[in-house]
Structures are given as structure tokens and as C-alpha cells.
Ligand binder design. Sequence first.
Ligand SMILES: *[C@@H]1O[C@H](CO)[C@@H](O)[C@H](O)[C@H]1NC(C)=O
Ligand SMILES: *[C@@H]1O[C@H](CO)[C@@H](O)[C@H](O)[C@H]1NC(C)=O
Ligand SMILES: *[C@@H]1O[C@H](CO)[C@@H](O)[C@H](O)[C@H]1NC(C)=O
Length: 279
Amino acid sequence: MEYSKSRLIIFLISVYFTCINGQDVCVKKGPCSCVFANGTGIDLAPTSKSTTFFTATNFATKMEGKQYELSTYYYHPCVDMLPPVNKTTANDTCDKALAICRHVSTFQLVNVTANDFHMDNAGISSYLGSVNDSTFSANGNSIIYKNPPSETIVLLVCAETDDQLHIDSLAEPDKLLLKFYSRAACLKTITNPDEGRSFGSTLLIIFFSLTIFYLVLGVCTKKFLMGATGIEVIPNLGFWSDLPNLVKDGWAFSIHGFKLPARGPGPVTSPDPNSYDSI
Ligand SMILES: *[C@@H]1O[C@H](CO)[C@@H](O)[C@H](O)[C@H]1NC(C)=O
Ligand SMILES: *[C@@H]1O[C@H](CO)[C@@H](O)[C@H](O)[C@H]1NC(C)=O
Ligand SMILES: *[C@@H]1O[C@H](CO)[C@@H](O)[C@H](O)[C@H]1NC(C)=O
């Protein structure tokens, strides 16, 4: 019984330290912004001034040069829009407001001597993601657009240029990599740092208020109801004198990835067997 309670306390302390340490994640704040705990982050909102899509194109020859493919990627980070492609067949899926679309046209070699290529048809457009299905990577360096079973990753590059879309890698058809160069992709102050920390500090305030309330109540109970004197008025004296060890265990526990560490030979168990049970 005593041991399981101390395990519980170790666990709570570890959770607390994990909360404190684990804040370096860029948390999505709006359709195209994320913010770190210190209040800095990425906000692509200035790119919504553009009423047209950012585009990037790629040429690929196929069938030993008898065919080539022209793909165009349309990207608009913050607001879904209807891309400038026409729905000609049921396979065309860009006929709704979206953030990323790909249009592929295929050209066939019709006359080798004249090197004459003819476009097959109007091409095929494919929906790749919308603003609502986007998430930021933890480090804030990219936005991931999910369109199961594939996803498109837009790497954000802080650049002092006009906003530009580039193709980074099409090697994996289910994991396309695009690159977006923009001033808006640079780290900047987004919120007041106090706001970012408010959850952690609220927890701390609640924790300390409860601790003080509990101590005062305990002291009064012991002093006036049980007639304790001197240092004995402190409730659960054994627990408090053992607290530094528990905190140490909690640290070791969270640092070692939440595996229970072997307890050292030190004075870990409390001299008073009732100390935990009386909490
Ligand atoms: C805020 O935190 C991020 C992520 O840890 C870091 O890259 C950035 O430099 C920090 N900004 C400031 C002003 O400390
Ligand atoms: C879509 O259709 C319109 C009208 O038929 C045409 O003017 C436009 O060029 C087409 N756009 C594309 C990308 O094919
Ligand atoms: C291919 O192009 C050459 C040169 O322009 C022309 O002389 C020939 O008639 C063309 N062949 C066909 C099958 O169209």
C-alpha cells in the first residue's frame, strides 16, 4: 500500500516535469499559424492577400521519351479556394475549395521526325488537401496536408523573397514534398509569452494553493483537535521529510523515459510506515 502510493506520487511528479519540459512544440493556433510556448511562431496569414494560387511545375519524360508529363501544383496556405482547373472527367477532384491541387497533363509524341507532341486530353486534376486537414510539424518547419492514404508536406522556408512555391521531391507518390519560400515563414512573435505559459502557471498556482490550504487545515486539525505541539503539528511529517527523495525519483523516472528506476540503497523508505497511508 505504502509503495503504490509512493509510485503514484512519482508518477504525478513525472507528469508535471514532462509538462514543463515538453512545451517546445509549435501548437497550431489558426488555419496557417502555430506558436511555441515562448510566444514566437509562424503565421502565414500575410499570404492570403494573394487572390491567386502559388504554383510550381514539373516536367517528366516517360516511355523512353515518347511521352511527357507536365504537372502543376496549386497552393494557397491560409484560405481554401477553387483552383483554375476544369472538371472534364469524374477523376478530376479539384472541383471544390481547397489548399493544394495537382494538375497533370500528358503529351504524346505523334511524329518523331518533327518531334511533335500532342496533349492527350484536358489532363487530370487531383485534390491534395485543404486548410482544415492541415497540421504543423512539432518544430514548426512544415505543414502537413492529409488526404489518406497520401499526404503532402509543405516545407516552410523563411526567405526575403516574394512568396514562391517549389517542388522539393516527388520521389514518393504518397508523400509529396513541396517548398514554400516566404517572409511569412520566418519565426516571429505571435503572442505574449505569458499567454503561452498560462496553462503551466495555472497548474502551478492551483497546486501551491491546494498545498497551502492542506497544510493550514492539517496544522489546525493536529493542534486543536489532536493537541499536537512543536514540529508535530505539521501533517504527514514523514511524507514531507521524504519529499526530496520522491522528487529525485520523479526526475529520474521522467528522464529515463518513464521506466521505473531501480531504487538506490539510500534512505528512501520512510521511517514511519503510516506516513503515506495517512495522506
Ligand atoms: C522560442 O522557442 C523556439 C523553439 O524552441 C526557438 O526556436 C526560438 O528561438 C525561441 N524564441 C525566443 C525569442 O526565444
Ligand atoms: C477551363 O475552361 C475555360 C472555358 O472553357 C477555358 O477558357 C480555360 O482555359 C480552361 N482552363 C484550363 C486550365 O483548362
Ligand atoms: C512527320 O513530320 C515530317 C516533317 O515535318 C513530315 O514530313 C511527315 O509527313 C510527318 N509524318 C506524319 C505521319 O505526319
